[in-house]
Write a protein that binds this ligand. Structure first.
Ligand SMILES: Nc1nc2c(ncn2[C@@H]2O[C@H](COP(=O)(O)OP(=O)(O)OP(=O)(O)O)[C@@H](O)[C@H]2O)c(=O)[nH]1
Ligand SMILES: [Mg+2]
Length: 304
């Protein structure tokens, strides 16, 4: 942190790290984006969308919270999924507070009970956020809240709609109170620790998740081969490779006369242009990397 920022930290300023954890697909990344008022984490209706820990920084006059979005915690069998769950579990030990998200529509599952057991002995305070209440009749919330209170006694439970923002201000108020006194770690304009390269890869991956089905999205990874800023033209040139796990996935991803790949490319480019606030030239390649999801070295290269 720059010295002048430290000097600017007002008296009584609070700061710290807050993990967002829960089963896959409960709305963790949607919540992160909502807390920041900006999309920095990809979201899809499919479970296991998030694979890495993603920091989102929220700075106010009186506090700075570094939210850590994590992959969904579940009983994972494959190597990639085990690594993803480890990312989430390792985050728990390093934070000042934890937001445990549960899905009000789906109710509590075995995985939620196991997460509660993991959270119980931790030192960091836990706030339980009952998400997606827009999808549930009010009368059905009470039994879920009672069960939550049994699973993790004496923690505040806040019903929210991450998608639309209901309950989120109340959650933010409680979160700020959890934070210890401390300085700003990041300057005011910083919103994430992700590089633009990583973000570009994630946006492409999101479009693949949104467009493909069954095992295809889970066998897909995206790497950036080139990311060149042409400042004089207000343009960024991005070349990205979509890695697929099987030879048979390649034609599916390309689609009839290239239609699928073209659509993925167009959607990703349009969104990147908004995020980067410049024109983007995006070129996509597909490469078959047999069995990469079970290969420790391939996973290491992807930060997993
Ligand atoms: N109706 C409704 N849908 C929501 C809400 N929050 C999230 N969703 C939807 O739930 C789905 C999963 O959201 P994500 O934010 O990707 O969930 P996640 O917990 O990050 O999922 P993983 O990264 O796969 O663990 C998406 O289709 C979201 O639009 C909500 O409050 N209401
Ligand atoms: Mg996510």
């Amino acid at each position: 942190m720059a010295a002048e920022d430290a000097a600017k930290t007002p008296p009584g300023h609070r700061s710290g790290y807050v993990a967002i954890v829960g089963r896959p697909n409960v709305g963790k990344s949607t919540l992160l984006n909502r807390l920041l008022g900006q999309k920095i984490a990809i979201v899809s209706p499919k479970p296991q969308t998030t694979r890495n820990r993603i920091a989102g920084i929220r700075t106010t006059d009186s506090s700075q919270t570094i939210f850590l979005d994590t992959p969904g915690i579940h009983r994972a069998r494959s190597l990639i999924n085990r690594r993803m769950v480890d990312v989430a579990l390792n985050t728990l030990g390093e934070v000042d507070g934890i937001l445990w998200l549960v899905d009000a529509r789906e109710g509590l599952r075995k995985d939620d009970e196991e997460i509660a057991d993991r959270l119980k002995p931790l030192g960091a305070p836990v706030i339980v956020l009952l998400n997606k209440i827009d999808l549930v009749a009010k009368g059905k919330l009470l039994p879920v809240m009672q069960r939550l209170a049994e699973l993790l006694p004496e923690r505040e439970i806040i019903p929210i709609t991450a998608l639309k923002g209901d309950g989120v201000d109340l959650a933010l108020d409680r979160i700020e109170k959890l934070l210890p006194e401390g300085p700003r770690y990041y300057t005011e304009g910083e919103i994430t620790d992700q590089t633009e390269r990583f973000l570009a890869a994630e946006i492409v991956r999101e479009k693949v998740f949104l467009r493909t089905r069954e095992e295809i999205p889970y066998g897909t990874a995206v790497t950036i081969d080139e990311f060149t800023e042409k400042t004089e033209k207000n343009l960024v040139v991005v070349k990205a490779t979509i890695h697929v796990e099987r030879e048979t996935h390649k034609p599916i991803l390309i689609g009839k006369r290239g239609a699928m790949l073209k659509e993925i490319g167009t959607q990703a480019r349009e969104e990147l242009e908004k995020i980067l606030a410049c024109k983007v030239f995006l070129e996509l390649f597909i490469r078959v990397d047999p069995g990469w999801t079970q290969d420790p070295n391939a996973l290491n290269e992807l930060g997993l």
